[in-house]
Design a protein around this ligand. Structure first.
Ligand code: ACO
Length: 218
């Protein structure tokens, strides 16, 4: 049977096939020099981007056995807002998002999950919204457009729109995203704990949809 899948020849190289870097999480082919160069470049940029060097002032909104959550507001000192921009760039690169200018950046709230080894391993940005449209079903059409979720055309009132949620690949399924959303619900509006009906996830990825479905019990 003819196969068109083979792209690399296994000639007994020391490192053959796909490898996942244990520090940055990138999957690359160590036997392919171009891939390796790409990995080295990404590796440095990524680890530098998520590095957290203790700030003069930080707003700790939750503390855990494995890290803490910091809240960053748009008018915070530039060392804090710059870190938010740097991490958001890495997140957008991973998600394949084009640069999107937030509609009301002065009202955006960002949460950073900083691990005990001083890395930003979780990121969430949210902004006030007035309404949201419920995702109705599985994706429409072919596999290629697997993010074309079908949405209701009936708006429902909502308070908080999560525009980005991301957890470092090597730290997933440790409830970091859950803890970020729990913390957001507590600190988004002074004096009240938002219900899951009041929060909405904008344009979710397949991972984001699986998480949101589980989190919101929908
Ligand atoms: N597949 C199936 N279920 C999942 C998945 C998944 N990939 N991720 C989370 N869940 C469910 C599970 O039930 C999980 O509980 P369990 O581990 O006890 O079974 C529950 O959600 C809670 O998961 P967390 O551990 O809190 O989630 P995590 O910290 O791994 O982060 C996230 C989830 C943020 C979606 C992560 O996978 C990620 O960063 N993915 C890449 C970026 C992305 O796609 N972000 C969403 C973009 S959409 C948006 O930003 C609005």
């Amino acid at each position: 049977k003819e196969t068109k899948d083979q792209l690399i020849i296994d000639a007994g190289q020391k490192y053959f096939g796909a490898t996942m870097c244990k520090s940055c999480g990138m999957i690359y082919s160590a036997s392919n020099p171009e891939d390796e160069i790409q990995h080295i470049q990404y590796h440095h940029r990524f680890l530098e981007g998520i590095k957290y060097t203790s700030w003069k002032r930080e707003r700790v909104v939750a503390e855990f056995w494995d890290g803490k959550i910091l809240l960053v507001l748009p008018r915070d000192p530039s060392y804090a807002t710059r870190k938010v921009t740097d991490v958001q760039e890495l997140v957008d690169y991973e998600l394949g998002f084009q640069q999107v200018v937030p509609r009301c950046p002065e009202k955006a709230k960002t949460l950073l999950f900083v691990s005990d080894d001083k890395r930003v391993v979780g990121f969430l940005t949210a902004e006030p919204i007035k309404q949201a449209f419920r995702v109705l079903s599985e994706p429409t059409g072919s596999k290629e457009c697997s993010r074309a979720w079908q949405c209701s055309n009936v708006p429902e009132p909502a308070v908080c729109g999560i525009s980005r949620i991301w957890v470092f690949k090597l730290k997933r399924r440790k409830r970091i995203a859950r803890r970020l959303v729990d913390t957001l619900r507590n600190c988004f509006m002074f004096g009240c704990f938002l219900s899951t009906n009041e929060i909405a996830f904008s344009d979710p990825t397949p991972d984001g949809k699986l998480f949101a479905t589980k989190y919101c019990n929908t």
